[in-house]
Design a protein around this ligand. Structure first.
Ligand SMILES: [Zn+2]
Length: 461
């Protein structure tokens, strides 16, 4: 049995996005029906990054679509995660993702152990969504936007935003396409404030990552990488002897090269020193390193290879042993505020004012959501900026912090609002237990539910 119509895949489209478009075209009534139509299983898990049972899916797609198991695989994050893996690992994981019911791919590729993690939400670039709407009449998700650590769109340079589509909101078996509602365009206050040098580095990184996701380089065994990097370091004068890397200079140079971009990259990218990732790159690789580390490392050496060698590295002050710092580096500033941001001379008063407005607007949006959503600090943060963004800047943003505290809804108030919502939905003849069940409340909340029902029946004075 085939699925009838199947959307034509666009370049770089995430398989999850393709299946979301298929859901809209197929008109499947429920996620489980859709899953059965696609995979022959009502319970197939809708994975964002590394979906499995791809051969079963390929067998149900009309041949005209030209999508076999390995073509489907190229629309997942497999090429990105497998880019620096051995041929053997690639083959095992490919077989696993194509044939198995529940795959072991996250473990085999090391994804489960990486300190750089994928975010909870699918991400989007507003410019890409507009272009897709124009061309396809609907929007879809792209692989290049979901690569962990990539901050901007490789095509437009626009900052990637978190959508509201997470595993929790989309459901285990559901395929959700991007829409105006789940891809809100609210201003993200911190986003455009990076210096041009940071954005240009981030764009370079996004382009290299997108290239990996499009086509994998030839497979190499894990023990290839130490020698590969040592040879290139030797050529640019960063080896003290055939076996000994000039670690302090390497660390400092790499840090200097990427420093404008580091505040916008995952935190593990900023861990230098003896136990940091740079040192691990030039030791024997016993386990796979995250592709982002390879890209940062390769980007630094390529820069030296193209722009002259050792002298291009900034003056380095050796503090003794392996510790060193870069002479032109700025002194540490207010504890957790990313360094680049403090260098950019942020107008905190203006930002405070702007954020207060955005917090209130986000709170109003959340309050209007159906089914009801709690106006929590985390939900506001997620819509206005990023999780935990305010906490790190609370001393600079007193006004915004006050507004946040003011609009935040307590758990009890949210419970009451949820009960009221369902009393309204279920109508005047509803019973208290029906409200409790619909609102996900427990019997201990029965008095509150009864009270809310009575309050609704009382004529307004
Ligand atoms: Zn874009």
């Amino acid at each position: 049995m085939t699925t009838g119509c199947f959307p034509v895949a666009i370049e770089g489209e995430l398989l999850y996005g393709m299946l979301g478009r298929h859901r809209l075209l197929s008109g499947a009534r429920t996620a489980a029906d859709h899953s059965a139509e696609l995979f022959g299983r009502r319970s197939a898990v809708a994975s964002f990054d590394l979906p499995c049972r791809l051969d079963a899916l390929a067998a149900r797609i009309p041949a005209a679509a030209g999508l076999g198991g390995s073509e489907l695989l190229s629309h997942t994050l497999f090429p990105f995660y497998a880019a620096f893996q051995s041929q053997e690992t690639r083959e095992v994981v490919e077989r696993d993702l194509r044939a198995s019911e529940s795959s072991n791919a996250h473990h085999r590729l090391g994804v489960a152990a990486f300190r750089i993690r994928a975010g909870q939400a699918l991400r989007f670039c507003p410019d890409c969504l507009d272009a897709q709407q124009e061309e396809l009449g609907m929007a879809t998700w792209l692989v290049a936007h979901q690569l962990p650590g990539v901050a901007v769109c490789a095509l437009h340079g626009a900052w990637l935003r978190d959508s509201l589509v997470t595993r929790a909101t989309a459901g285990r078996h559901g395929y959700v396409s991007p829409t105006e509602e789940n891809c809100p365009r609210v201003a993200v206050s911190m986003v455009p404030r990076a210096a041009p040098e940071a954005t240009s580095l981030l764009l370079d990184l996004a382009r290299s990552a997108a290239a990996l996701a499009r086509s994998m380089p030839p497979a190499r065994p894990l023990d290839h990488w130490r020698k590969h990097y040592a040879d290139r370091l030797a050529a640019v004068g960063l080896m003290r002897s055939p076996r000994k890397v000039d670690q302090p200079t390497l660390n400092a140079g790499l840090q200097a090269r990427w420093s404008p971009a580091l505040p916008f990259l995952p935190a593990p990218c900023s861990s230098f020193g003896e136990s940091g990732w740079v040192a691990a790159m030039v030791r024997t690789h016993r386990k796979a390193m995250h592709p982002l580390f390879h890209l940062l490392f390769d980007g630094f050496i390529s820069h030296l290879e193209q722009n002259g060698m050792r002298p291009a590295i900034p003056d380095i002050v050796h503090v003794g042993g392996d510790r060193c710092r870069i002479a032109r580096d700025v002194p540490a500033v207010d504890d957790a505020i990313p360094e680049a941001e403090s260098r950019l001379r942020v107008d905190w008063a203006e930002l405070n004012k702007q954020l207060c407005g955005e917090i209130r607007a986000a709170a109003a949006d959340i309050r209007a959501a159906v089914p009801p959503l709690r106006v929590s600090r985390a939900e506001i943060e997620r819509r206005v900026a990023k999780v935990d963004w305010f906490g790190k800047r609370r001393r600079k943003l007193p006004g915004a912090m006050r507004t946040l505290a003011e609009v935040e809804e307590s758990v009890a108030a949210f419970r009451r609002r949820r009960a009221e919502h369902w009393i309204g939905r279920l109508g005047p003849r509803c019973r208290a237990w029906e409200v409790m069940r619909a609102a996900g409340l427990r019997s201990m909340h029965l008095p509150m539910v009864r009270e809310a029902m009575e309050a609704r029946q009382r004529p307004a004075s």
